[in-house]
Design a protein around this ligand. Structure first.
Ligand code: HEM
Length: 106
């Protein structure tokens, strides 16, 4: 289902401890997320990714909606060894909504 970006802005509160998005977004614990929907994995400038992420980047993995949904549902299982310390989002709606929200930032 199509996500709701306004609802996704609320979901993104869970991500803000580590991620910034929007004008002037910087890398923090996690990389800045502008333009992430449709981007190649691990391309934030000057962010030090895990080896697991570097391998995915080398394979040419792309963050399409499906990959984002799978990662956000269970980060540890989807990319073993990655360093995002986040349990994941339980609700499919929350996942779709936060992806829609991220999609509003180029
Ligand atoms: C990576 C989204 C919560 C820390 C990523 C990436 C995405 C993402 C899309 C891949 C970025 C890329 O390829 O450049 C989200 C969303 C969250 C969330 C939507 C909330 C629902 C968090 C939290 C933390 C965190 C709470 C910190 C406790 C990281 C780190 C990475 C990462 C460190 C890099 C992983 C690595 O290099 O292995 N996140 N994240 N994230 N995130 Fe999150």
């Amino acid at each position: 289902a199509e996500g709701d970006p306004e609802a996704g802005e609320k979901v993104f509160r869970k991500c803000k401890a580590c991620h910034q998005v929007g004008e002037g977004a910087k890398n923090r614990v996690g990389p800045a997320l502008n333009g992430i929907v449709g981007a190649k994995v691990g391309q934030a400038e000057d962010f030090r990714y895990s080896k697991a992420f570097e391998e995915k980047a080398a394979e040419g993995m792309v963050w399409d909606d499906e990959a984002l949904a799978a990662y956000l549902a269970n980060p540890r299982d989807y990319i073993p060894g990655n360093k995002m310390s986040f349990a994941g989002l339980r609700k499919d709606d929350d996942i779709a909504d936060v992806i829609a929200y991220l999609g509003t930032f180029e």
